[in-house]
Design a protein around this ligand. Structure first.
Ligand SMILES: [Zn+2]
Length: 188
């Protein structure tokens, strides 16, 4: 059974893999059944904290399992964004671009700029390391987009054949509204 070299997986993560190597991985007759675990191992070695990475969801963010059993979103810098069932963007710093001048700073040429009457740009930054975590271009007032709520239990059970020991039906639930409802009531 073909095995993917861990060094190549690390290069994939870093974005330094050569075109030839990337192509050879794509063209493997049979996929390496261990490749997801090799990938997780390589990710885990790159971060300075010990919480178990369950899934990477952006360049900087991971869903991790804490010792107490919570599944939270965590930045590679260590900043935590809370329960992964709540949109992590609610815990990010948000920069809003809503005037033509603000939008022109990130669009070129000027004719390519969206009309600020119809569109705003939201940039999300990590409060811990200031990395830009996401950008969304949406109509003014549009709810913050929840980009990824993975069904982790099903993924681990059905796709990589190693069910999570703490699987339960209520892991796969969007709980963002509970936080925003709290804000509406004046809770922190
Ligand atoms: Zn960070």
């Amino acid at each position: 059974m073909a095995k993917v070299d861990k060094g190549l997986v690390e290069q994939l993560i870093e974005g330094t893999i050569s075109r030839e190597d990337a192509r050879s991985l794509l063209k493997m007759d049979q996929k390496d059944p261990e490749r997801f675990w090799t990938y997780l191992e390589a990710l885990q070695e790159r971060v300075s904290w010990d919480d178990t990475i369950l899934l990477r969801i952006t360049d900087h963010l991971y869903i991790v399992r804490k010792d107490g059993g919570a599944r939270v979103v965590k930045c590679d810098c260590g900043q935590e964004f809370g329960d992964y069932r709540v949109n992590w963007k609610l815990g990010a710093l948000i920069r809003l671009r809503e005037t033509p001048e603000e939008i022109q700073e990130v669009y070129y040429p000027a004719q390519a700029c969206p009309d600020p009457e119809w569109v705003v740009i939201r940039e999300f930054y990590c409060p811990g390391c200031a990395a830009q975590l996401a950008v969304e271009v949406v109509p003014p007032g549009y709810p913050i987009v929840f980009e990824m709520l993975p069904d982790l239990d099903r993924f681990y059970q059905d796709y990589v054949d190693r069910p999570l020991s703490d699987a339960k039906p209520d892991w796969y639930q969007d709980r963002t509204h509970e936080v925003t409802a709290g804000w509406a009531k004046g809770e922190a």
